[in-house]
Write a protein that binds this ligand. Sequence first.
Ligand SMILES: [Ca+2]
Length: 498
Amino acid sequence: MLNAVGTLILGYCLTLGTGYRMTSHSSGKKQFQVQNGPCSYTFLLPEQDNCPTAAGDADTNLVQKDDPEEYEAIQRLEQLEGIMENNTQRLLMLENYIQENMKLEIAQIQQHAVQNHTAAIIEIGTNLLSQTVEQTLKLTNVEARVINQTTRLQLQLHENSLSTSKLEKQIILQTNEISKMNEKNSFLEKRVEDMEGQRLVELKGLQEEKEQLKQLLQQQTSIIQQLEQQLLHASSNNSVLQQEQQKLQDTVNSIINSIFSSTMTKSAMMQDAPTVFRDCAAVFKSGNTNSGIYSLNLPSMTQPIKAYCDMETEGGGWTVLQKRFDGHVDFHRTWKEYKMGFGDVSGEHWLGNDFISQMTSDQTYVLRIELKDWEGNSGYSQYDEFSLTGESENYRIHLKDYSGSAGKISSLGQPGSDFSTKDADNDKCVCKCSQLTSGGWWFDACGPSNLNGIYYQQGQNTNRFNGIKWYYWKGSGYSLKATTMMIRPADFLQAPLK
Ligand SMILES: [Ca+2]
């Protein structure tokens, strides 16, 4: 059983929110409000005007048990059905209205959403665009770099190709030169072969000549041997002749001496003047003041010798012991030759150690050495005392009081050395100075002087260890042009003329 209910629906939209409330209307109808979103719906429900109370209901129920009551109920049911139908139509209308409103809202919402999406898409698009621009810029940079690199590489490639072509040209030139050289080389090889052939022929000829010369040499050797034998025979004959000559000379000397002695006796009786002189000073003082060759003799000597007298230098009266100026005389001589003297008295010569030794044994002599170099300079060395010991003491030299211009120091050392020759080694060297440096001299070991060394001509006179040496004037390697050694009594200038 349904209660009859009248319903009125009013719809309007106000604010958001959803809910419902129930209020009592002044007309005695109850109303319901439903809130859905911005819209609210109000329902007015009609109520029955004479609803009986519970006690009254009991009476009504008694009345309704009759047919009018059923009729009344049917009417009410029909009324309710009508109301229900009206309500249903209204609800349908309401639904339509709501649907339309919803459509608009949805459209608005959709539009709004579309706008939002569009903005977001535009923003994203803008972002994408800016990113794209950045990427494009980067790409442009990269492209520019790539282009630069490509250009560089192209330039390098171009340069490389240029240098390659140059090298190729050079290679071609060198190849040409090599081929030319090869041609020359083959030409030269051919010439060398030809020359070798010629040389072989010449060598063969020379070998033949050599053989002939060998044979000739053998023949000549045998001839020389024969000659040597003949020479030996002749020299034995010669020594016999020399002995005879010596005997003859002795005889002549004795005759001369006897003549001299008789003459001297006569002269002594007539002039009391000597005719034989012991040295050039005596010659000078006898009045012979011209330089030249004179005969000298000593009481201890058996026979006189020839000597050169220098009557001009420093007052004259000098007996010359040694003279060299052109190299004509060989001074690499034996002990005996230096003992007896050698050379040309008027030219280059050595007076003789025996005579010098005896001459200086009983009187004080001054030794003067005069020297000339190849540059036109002259110098001298003088010793105020000079003497030689005898042969038994190897003609040892004694010197004192040096002065002169040929060196501030004497080139003949003190104390004096023994005399050495190529066949008599009396020096202080483990070597043999005479054989080493040539000539006879008072070598030390081998000492700073040797006036009897090898004579070297101008232009060949330097860097010589074996030349004519006077160290403290011209050094060790210099060979002098001219030398003179001469002596005079120390009292020559003081002694009065006889
Ligand atoms: Ca020696």
